[in-house]
Write a protein that binds this ligand. Structure first.
Ligand SMILES: [Zn+2]
Length: 325
């Protein structure tokens, strides 16, 4: 039996730390004591280890599967959503998540061609075909950490969710994913920040085939929205609760502005593709997984600058290239 890893983080709210078999070794999910049972926010991945760790922690609080009455999911990444279908089977509780992302996790629907479209997107941004094939296999293995499901309802920005410790206001926080939501409790001044604010690291802000528009622009708006809130404690999905959200936001904003500058400087006179830009900014001596993330991150900065007329995209042999305007 694993040891329970549970901490109270606010009145009638607990953080449960679950193991991940990745470089990122854990994710936090949250339990709120609601009016008629418990609300679970996020689920961990679909794995025996993760589910057993969750069960053990719930049991240490005297909470059984059947006392969970609602499952909320902050965003579509496997460490937040992966076990939702299984927990729904065990508890009978409905699952709700941001509507725009729900469509992407359905077993059928637009997501059906996920791997084909993802591969096309990678090729179109300059990744050599043999590397794309390896990335596709990695992505398939990663996808096993998440069980696809048709969710029971959506979470909307501005919605209020009542629990014993007060009200959770649903705050839109796109950027890290197309429609991530944070949960803010004004009464206790705590912010459940999902992956929008994380201690020590900057969340990955990347362009993906299903999120092409302006993730970095979205993220700057997210930061402005969160900065405006009075927050005593940030409770992130990875790492420990911390204070000083405005300082964190100011640093992170500066980081992305600097990164735009670095990317501009890395661009030569010739048009260059995002994969090469990522290689020169983040280094080529990295795992393919890291290089894919770096390319997505480079693209979010390129899209942001393109929308502000600092760079432009030109297509050369079907591959997107970028140049300064
Ligand atoms: Zn995430």
């Amino acid at each position: 039996m694993p040891t329970p890893k549970v901490w109270p983080v606010a009145e009638s709210a607990w953080q449960i730390r679950l193991p991940l078999p990745w470089a990122l070794t854990s994710v936090n999910v949250f339990l709120f004591r609601g009016r008629n049972g418990y609300i679970l926010l996020d689920t961990g991945i679909r794995s025996d280890d993760c589910l057993l760790a969750l069960e053990t922690s719930l049991r240490s609080l005297g909470v059984s599967w059947s006392s969970i009455k609602e499952i909320l999911v902050s965003h579509l990444h496997p460490d937040h959503l992966g076990a939702a279908a299984e927990i729904r089977r065990r508890s009978g509780a409905p699952v709700r998540m941001p509507g725009r992302e729900a469509k992407l996790v359905e077993p059928l629907g637009p997501n059906r061609k996920f791997f084909a479209e993802a591969a096309e997107f990678l090729v179109a941004n300059g990744i050599p075909a043999d590397q794309v094939e390896i990335m596709r296999q990695q992505a398939k293995a990663g996808a096993r950490a998440s069980e696809r499901l048709v969710v029971d309802g959506s979470i909307s920005a501005g919605e209020s969710i009542e629990f014993h410790g007060g009200t959770l206001e649903v705050v839109p926080a796109p950027g890290h994913s197309p429609a991530q939501m944070c949960f803010y409790c004004p009464g206790q001044r705590v912010l459940f920040s999902a992956d929008a604010i994380l201690p020590r690291v900057t969340p990955n802000i990347g362009v993906q085939w299903f999120y092409q528009d302006d993730p970095l622009g979205d993220y700057f708006k997210t930061l402005a929205g969160l900065e405006a809130r009075e927050v005593k404690t940030v409770i992130p999905s990875h790492g420990r609760p911390f204070r000083g959200h405005r300082e964190w936001i100011a640093n992170t904003r500066r980081h992305h502005v600097r990164r735009c500058k670095t990317i501009l400087e890395a661009m030569s006179n010739e048009p260059v593709d995002a994969y090469k830009i990522a290689g020169s900014v983040w280094g080529e001596d990295r795992s393919l997984m890291d290089r894919r993330f770096a390319m997505a991150e480079a693209l979010s900065h390129l899209h942001y600058m393109a929308l502000r007329q600092q760079v432009e995209k030109v297509s050369i042999n079907g591959i997107a290239h970028w140049q300064q305007t």
